[in-house]
Design a binder for this molecule. Structure first.
Ligand code: SF4
Ligand code: SF4
Length: 352
């Protein structure tokens, strides 16, 4: 039986967040981290202004750092690796780097080294940051968000950031099918040394997540030492049947955590079934084009600022700039939507 604590947290005022976070962690079997090396991993899909609700809010990170400090760990580091990660990147737009400096903890560069490991479940090799070799426990801080490809992003999906920078988008070519992609994510989880997750659901994202949706007040923090259970709670609040989410389904089938079936979860405070947001703009299923295939992205030239981030991230080399416009070679596109995730100008849509 896994415990999940869902605690009201209406805004990001420092004291409000800390009180809610402490209550959530205290009531959901936070692990013993005394004398251990701890990595706190926020979700930094792209280092964006905090008002866009793309990244974990820096005040949630600050509260977790202070909560962890009180548990007397040996060391605390903070890190993540967005898809367009360049060596030396510091997440200042989101305010995450400033919180690390103010709280006196090191921001680590996931690109400093890597290792290859064969993942169970998918039975294939992947490259992970060797920061994992320096730590005993990972504490994950995912963000409550929709995801055009995987329907939701969440606690288990947050582990994808352990794949450093440009090793990430090629995984979409290797695993173009969302069920295989879910297996890869579950495989990474087995290597991630995760001890706990606290999801920032104070302001989530609805609509075209994880990078181009709209902020939406949800008003809670969700905590557990079982990441799958956190994801079940998130999916329920969004109005999904949790088993419709590929990563949740895969994790349960492969007995990834103590949640072997959905009623293996004990909710210590709020039950997610009592706070379902019926009009949450969720991704109901992957959008299909008229010929029944998943939809390819549509580019909107009037909004495009020609930053080329989509071209850089595309794992299939399907994009180029022609006559100052982004051109898509549909025959190459694997419909991974990485371009949509990184576009800073809402110039890419996934249409039917
Ligand atoms: S064009 Fe976009 S959706 Fe298609 S493969 Fe490239 S990044 Fe993925
Ligand atoms: S990422 Fe968006 S704004 Fe940048 S070039 Fe691509 S479509 Fe244009």
């Amino acid at each position: 039986m896994s415990k999940v604590s869902i605690i009201k947290c209406e805004n990001y005022e420092k004291n409000v967040v800390f009180e809610a976070l402490k209550k959530a962690c205290d009531s959901s079997d936070f692990p013993n981290i005394e004398g251990k090396s701890v990595l706190i991993k926020p979700n930094i899909l792209s280092d964006s202004n905090v008002d866009k609700a793309i990244t974990t809010n820096p005040e949630v990170l600050r509260s977790m750092i202070n909560y962890v400090k009180a548990k007397k760990p040996k060391s605390i580091i903070v890190g993540d690796s967005p898809a367009l990660h360049k060596s030396g990147m510091t997440p200042t737009n989101s305010g995450i780097y400033q919180v690390c400096e103010e709280e006196g903890v090191e921001w680590v560069n996931f690109l400093k080294g890597s290792f290859k490991v064969k993942l169970p479940i998918i039975n294939k090799k992947i490259t992970l940051t060797d920061t994992l070799n320096d730590i005993d426990v990972l504490i994950s801080l995912p963000k409550f968000k929709t995801h055009e490809l995987m329907i939701v992003t969440g606690a288990l999906k947050n582990q994808f950031g352990l794949v450093p920078g440009f090793h990430k988008s090629p995984q979409h070519v290797k695993y173009p099918n969302k069920d295989n992609f879910a297996k890869m994510i579950c495989g990474i989880h087995t290597q991630a040394k995760v001890g706990f997750a606290l999801m920032d659901a104070v302001i989530g994202m609805e609509g075209a997540g994880p990078g181009n949706g709209t902020p939406r007040q949800v008003g809670v923090l969700i905590a557990s030492n079982d990441l799958l259970a956190v994801d079940v709670a998130q999916a329920t609040i969004m109005g999904h049947s949790p088993l419709d989410i590929p990563i949740i389904k895969c994790a349960i089938l492969n007995q990834l955590t103590d949640t072997r079936k959905l009623d293996d979860i004990e909710y210590t405070d709020i039950n997610p079934n009592d706070m379902i947001i019926s009009d949450y703009k969720r991704i109901v299923k992957n959008k299909k084009s008229e010929n029944g295939q998943r939809a390819t992205p549509t580019f909107i030239p009037e909004k495009c600022i020609l930053c080329r981030k989509c071209v850089e991230v595309c794992p299939a080399s399907a994009l180029s700039v022609v006559d100052k416009k982004i051109e898509l070679d549909k025959s190459k596109c694997v419909m991974c939507y990485c371009c949509h995730e990184v576009c800073p100008a809402k110039a890419i849509e996934i249409r039917k």
